[in-house]
Design a binder for this molecule. Structure first.
Ligand code: BGP
Length: 462
């Protein structure tokens, strides 16, 4: 079949502030929760205001200073969209100020203007795995209802600043991840009770809905979506108990989408809360706020997993605990490779919600070998993305409305889970080693030219 993506399909890449920017205290930026997990989101939580240590994230790939060169390289690949995130702690260093840090905003003014030079549509995530650390220390993170107002004030500030310049917005990155990593997700201690975590998530869902409302009021022409970790599970066997366990497993992440698209908690969650003695404080105003729903759904997809009634089969995955699929191969990091899964997920979400979808993360983390002539022949990365994009096209043929595709880490960046640089996703190589040494020079990998031709042909060279 000749492959052609829709005319206005957006092609590009996605990065997150704390994984690329560096300059972690520059120009008035406050400490963020990400700064306090120097070894990645599953590593130790360290109060950096008290302890003098360093992290590879402090400099990261120095995007804060090198963004003009990087945006030019993205433009050379033909990007029509770039997903970035704002570091909330650059704009509100402590999170609870009334007035923003002008210097922090100026950085994003320049970054957005740079994208505009090349007609690259920015997509902005308001909170990607970080928040001002002071909000955790002083208020107890999202466990405190006050965070709804702080977040709303932050959202309002940036919506007013970037109206007319930024059309695509996302509220919280992988909002369902909080169930697995509560510190990074909602600023809670890892040993928090289920009730505390669900309450904090509730506050975040309300804050998200309030941001959606503000976005609609301030920028009626813009579109705002949620962001889910697309952790789709297949039944491990056809045993009815495994099929049902899988159904429940999928509810564990779909409920976020259900609240954000439908505007209320689904009945299966009411039952789950009741059966697990979880009592949430949900006010009438919260219920009203939740009714403001998103315009599109975005998600990350790296792998699928299996559901089973036998919980002893669970293994520690990288981001999630999961049951591996015996029919799939895995990456060097144990992430199982399943291109069909993205077609399945796109169809599942579209049938469930009938809302446009945006794939905002997908890609292969791998170790790259730099040849003596400096070239990097990353055929494995090309194969991974090629096979996934073919399935995205299949889903479009199935009738799913897909707005665009931003591959994760189009330039090598610091990994979220373990703060490594050797787990590389980029089409662009960054000369940086695990010990922080390296020139930070950027070079084009083989996949750079491959993705460039895919974009130029609108998918025809897949
Ligand atoms: C997603 C996060 C990203 C990103 C990606 C890959 O869960 O939204 O921030 O890093 O996963 O994960 P990792 O960096 O651990 O390979």
């Amino acid at each position: 079949m000749t492959i052609q993506f829709p005319q206005k399909f957006l092609w590009g890449g996605a990065v997150a502030a704390n994984q690329v920017e560096g300059s972690y205290l520059k120009d008035g930026k406050g400490l963020s929760t990400s700064d306090c997990t120097p070894n990645g989101i599953f590593g130790d939580i360290i109060d950096r205001s008290q302890t003098d240590i360093t992290s590879i994230k402090d400099t990261a790939i120095d995007f804060y200073n090198r963004y003009p060169e990087d945006i030019a390289l993205f433009a050379e690949m033909g990007f029509s969209c770039l997903r970035i995130s704002l570091a909330w702690s650059r704009i509100f260093p402590n999170g609870d100020e009334n007035q923003p840090n002008e210097k922090g905003l100026e950085f994003y003014d320049k970054l957005i203007a740079e994208m505009a030079k090349y007609n690259i549509e920015p997509m902005i995530t308001l909170s990607h795995y970080e928040m001002p650390y002071q909000l955790v220390k002083q208020y107890g993170g999202w466990g405190n209802r006050k965070l709804i107002d702080f977040f709303t004030n932050y959202a309002k500030t940036v919506f007013n600043r970037y109206k007319g310049k930024v059309k695509y917005w996302l509220t919280f990155n992988e909002i369902n991840m909080s169930l697995h990593e509560p510190f990074t997700g909602v600023g809670l201690a890892r040993d928090s009770s289920k009730e505390q975590i669900y309450q904090a998530i509730h506050h975040q869902l309300v804050a998200s809905a309030r941001a959606v409302k503000l976005c609609h009021q301030i920028m009626p022409e813009a579109k705002i979506g949620n962001m889910l970790l697309g952790a789709v599970a297949y039944p491990l066997t056809s045993k009815p108990e495994d099929v049902w366990a899988t159904h429940l497993e999928n509810h564990g992440w779909l409920y976020f989408g259900d609240v954000q698209v439908r505007g209320y908690y689904p009945s299966y969650m009411t039952r789950y809360f009741k059966e697990n003695n979880i009592t949430l404080t949900i006010t009438e105003q919260d219920r009203e706020d939740l009714k403001e729903t998103i315009d599109f759904i975005s998600f990350s997809y790296y792998m699928s997993c299996c559901g089973t009634a036998d919980s002893s089969l669970r293994q520690k995955g990288n981001i999630l605990d999961m049951v591996p699929n015996p029919h799939l191969k895995a990456s060097e990091w144990g992430w199982q490779i399943d291109p069909t899964g993205i077609r399945y997920l796109l169809n599942l979400l579209y049938e469930r919600y009938q809302k446009p979808l945006f794939i905002v993360e997908n890609g292969l983390g791998a170790k790259d070998k730099v040849e003596t002539d400096g070239s990097i022949n990353d055929d494995y990365r090309i194969d991974y993305i090629n096979d996934h994009l073919v399935q995205v096209h299949e889903a479009i043929e199935d009738g799913v409305e897909v707005l665009g595709y931003t591959s994760w880490g189009p330039i090598d960046l610091i990994s979220a889970s373990k703060a490594e640089i050797s787990k590389r996703y980029g089409f662009i190589h960054v000369d940086l080693n695990e010990d922080g040494s390296g020139t930070l020079n950027r070079t084009r990998k083989k996949s750079f030219y491959w993705y460039q031709s895919v974009i130029k042909s609108n998918g025809n060279t897949l």
